[in-house]
Design a protein around this ligand. Sequence first.
Ligand code: DON
Length: 557
Amino acid sequence: MTRRLLGHAAGVLLVLFAALAAAVPAPLPPQAAIASAHPLATQAGLDALAAGGNAFDAAVAVSAVLAVVEPASSGVGGGGFYLLHVAADGHDVMVDAREAAPLAATRDMYLGRKDGGSSTDGALAAAIPGEPAAWAWLAAHYGRLPLSVTLKPAITIARDGFPLYARLQNAIRVKQRALAASADAGQVFLAKGAVPDVGATIRQPALARTLEMLAREGADGFYKGRFAEHLVSEVRRAGGIWTAEDLARYRVAERAPIRVHYRDATLVMAAPPSAGGVVIGDALAILAGYELPSLDAVTRHHLTIEAMRRAYRDRAEYLGDPDFVQIPVDLLLSPQYAAGQRTSMRLDRATPSDVLRPVFTGDESPSTTHFSVLDREGNRVGATISINLFFGATYMVPGTGFMLNDTMDDFSTSAGKPNAFGLVGADANAVGPGKRSLSSMTPTFVERPGGLMIIGSPGGSTIISNVLGGILNWFDGKSAAEIVAAPRIHHQYLPDTVMFESAALGADERAELEKRGHKLRESKTGWGNTQVVTWDYASGRVEAASDPRGFGVGLVY
Ligand code: DON
């Protein structure tokens, strides 16, 4: 009895202590920091902060400049996820601006088509964009500055031009033929049909006008009225199925992020329709059963690969748009489920993916962009935004200056058929009217008593393993610069192959992993474009780092 009372008193004390801890205001960062994939975007974000804006205003400014200077990766015609931490009340929320399938979309719309209608190229590949709605939402609900201020740098750069850099030139080269086939896109991105030289000025006057319209009229200017009518008629003329209703009914959704605890940290991550938070939570719950720091490097790699194999398998089976399918999130993140997953794992042997219970399936390519923002009030944004593959559907709506997304390809377009990222999926991610396709984009906050990290990356299916690797490296005490540069290892269940960057595994490690039964595939070019902000509370040090594989820059202010 006494013991029970004591236990009760201890419980009350614990609750009181937790309440007190929650009431203690978090320290304020001594500096603001932004890491993004392009120097002009990072600068626009800092300018928004200097103009009296907060992290959310900076996020709009960064997104809009990225739409101009990384037109192959994200933009007005795309969508994504904005993970927010609002310092004033400490709450975290995900603004889901994922593109939604048009109402006329059907499960089998991409099956057996011979007329060229595909889920990756042309107007039929495009879902209803979410980015314009996200910008207006951020400005109205979280920011302090009007769109007329935050969109200004993007408008100027679109109108006056920016110098072509090698990474974008490469994207243009890859999609040269398709860009030439879309008259407006050819005009902007090609020089008389040829790939322009690095340093050539890319001017986008039509995009500047679209952005000016957004600055003036907000989301309604895009989703309703004459602009929307023009979009619908051009998309339909190009073989698409959009209607005025599709545009008029588009809304961002606010969703509770996935929140998990690992070691002494709390992770706040993108929730469905992103697979990211669930897959990382699922993998970390498996890894929590091992003393990773005490293990040798090969065994750590082995276990991480095995955890990814299982968590990506769950992605394929269970995940989709939460407004359409029931996802057993709590189960997938539970220690009991993880313990079950570990029973099939061996330290000395890879589990072939086809030994795991099969998924009756459907599936994910390179572009997309991520940025991380921390302001001096402690507000945070991690945003991953996309038009899916390079230049999306490679179709520029005439007169508008922006590329349509090909996010429809992130659905499982046919059972068992891998998408552009080799991902397979099941019924949960089948095409449906108004439905949002399953994504891998994983903006993430990791917070432990000593500090925090904001992380994310493009890279299709590899986003999740990339963020997971970043989290594990952060636990190992690596700096922001070391985390973005760290060599990567990826396994996504199917294909049953470990993809790795050359520097990730030494010859002995490769031999040992092969001995344990892993099939290895080396990538000489690497992948991802990770953008990290870290803040160490004790030293007050704030760092912003942009992946050396890309062209971006991280700056503190
Ligand atoms: O949402 C997704 O998962 C994909 N549309 C992201 C595409 C991507 O990251 C391409 N990057 N290299």
